[in-house]
Design a protein around this ligand. Structure first.
Ligand SMILES: NC(=O)C1=CN([C@@H]2O[C@H](COP(=O)(O)OP(=O)(O)OC[C@H]3O[C@@H](n4cnc5c(N)ncnc54)[C@H](OP(=O)(O)O)[C@@H]3O)[C@@H](O)[C@H]2O)C=CC1
Ligand SMILES: CC(=O)N[C@@H](CCC(=O)OP(=O)(O)O)C(=O)O
Length: 345
């Protein structure tokens, strides 16, 4: 059994890690680190964890973590992990960061996150943890940069199509929607009930920090620098994220030929489900699970392809994918601790 710790203990990403790790056969969660509530019971903030999690939260002690744990999950806001992960460089501790600290080049990070980047040496070591695409690289990684929630959904649909030369790389448009838990547990005017209830709110148009992340990893498969139009909308639901992607088809294709191609691309992958013709993903169809559902339609009148992908932002978009990466890094079954049927209705 490997011992794990989570930093950012009271956040939504951490709470989801705790839920999922509870049934993991090879990982024992031994430490929950909290800067704001060290010494307290997690159930004092989250009564749904009463009796289940009895260990008190602790303050951060790097030396103790180095000695006592094997896997470190960092579920902290951008700008935190880049100052912690370097301390583990000369240890065997596997670090998995849920934030954006290691997903971009230093220059891009400064531009889009407005913070000092991690050192080039550590950035170079970090592997982008899009589990179903970069599986081979993840196997030998010591630092995982878990992808953002929108990039997970967008790239899972886009990369196969770019890799197989199915779509024009110019003019890709991604229309994205997310539930409110994507913003984390902090209270704000933006996520206030009165603002979000019965409302759909476009936000960060042209400014979203996931734009360079999608472009960076899609470009690797395009063999050239690619740009995308990406718009995000906040919708009144707690969990769930959907990307509807529009692209021009390169050669003649039908809906069936695209779906067959995607099915083949992901045939070895347990968590990407290609839906049959005429059926499209819904956020409820993946809620509480580690699935990324993908559906497609080729409009033969316009030669345009519409691909829809849906995930649970907190599972496949964060904690679930982080655990999938831990499984891959340790040579365990990729599905270990993640075989949840979506919660329906
Ligand atoms: N929510 C989502 O759907 C997704 C989130 N992510 C990313 O995962 C990370 C965690 O997100 P999420 O859990 O939603 O965010 P939250 O805001 O819910 O939680 C983050 C937690 O980090 C701790 N924290 C806050 N500020 C600091 C600080 N300055 N130094 C150290 N710890 C701090 C706090 O916990 P405590 O006081 O207990 O230490 C806080 O509750 C973020 O980087 C986010 O962008 C990625 C994909 C999806
Ligand atoms: C609703 C909402 O605000 N969602 C956040 C989710 C992004 C996120 O989790 O940010 P990282 O890049 O650190 O992963 C957003 O759109 O910015």
């Amino acid at each position: 059994m490997k011992k794990a710790a989570i930093i950012g203990g009271t956040g939504y990403g951490a709470i989801e890690l705790i839920r999922l790790l509870q049934s993991h056969k090879e990982i024992q969660l031994t430490k929950i680190i909290s800067q704001s509530q060290a010494g307290e019971d997690l159930s004092s903030t989250y009564p749904h964890l009463s009796v289940i999690i009895t260990k008190k939260m602790e303050s951060l002690d790097l030396e103790e973590l180095k000695k006592e744990i094997d896997i470190l999950f960092l579920a902290t806001p951008a700008g935190v992990a880049k100052n912690i992960i370097p301390s583990f460089q000369d240890t065997s501790v596997q670090c998995i960061d849920l934030s954006g600290d290691f997903r971009l080049t230093g220059e891009e990070y400064s531009e889009w996150y407005g913070k000092e980047p991690a050192s080039a040496e550590v950035l170079e070591k970090a592997v982008f943890g899009l589990s179903d695409i970069f599986t081979e690289d993840i196997k030998t990684a010591s630092i995982i940069s878990n992808p953002g929630c929108f990039p997970t959904a967008a790239l899972s649909a886009l990369i196969p199509l770019i890799d197989g030369d199915k779509i024009q790389t110019k003019g890709i448009r991604i229309d994205a929607k997310t539930g409110i838990s994507g913003a984390g547990k902090g209270l704000s005017e933006k996520t206030h009930f009165s603002t979000t209830n019965e409302n759909v709110i476009p936000y960060k148009i042209g400014q979203h920090q996931h734009i360079p992340e999608i472009e960076r990893y899609a470009s690797k498969f395009a063999g050239k620098d690619l740009k995308v139009s990406f718009t995000t909308h906040l919708v009144p639901m707690t969990r769930g994220l959907m990307c509807t992607i529009y692209a021009d088809i390169k050669q003649r294709e039908t809906t069936a030929s695209i779906l067959n191609y995607l099915e083949e691309y992901y045939q070895e992958k347990s968590f990407v489900r290609i839906l049959p013709e005429g059926i499209f993903p819904t956020t409820k169809g993946v809620a509480g699970s580690n699935f990324c559902d993908i559906g497609a339609y080729v409009d033969e009148r316009t030669n345009n392809l519409v691909v829809v992908s849906a995930i649970d932002n907190l599972v496949k978009g964060a904690a679930g994918q982080a655990i999938q990466n831990a499984n891959i890094m340790n040579g365990w079954e990729e599905t270990m601790g993640l075989e949840f049927i979506p919660v329906f209705p």
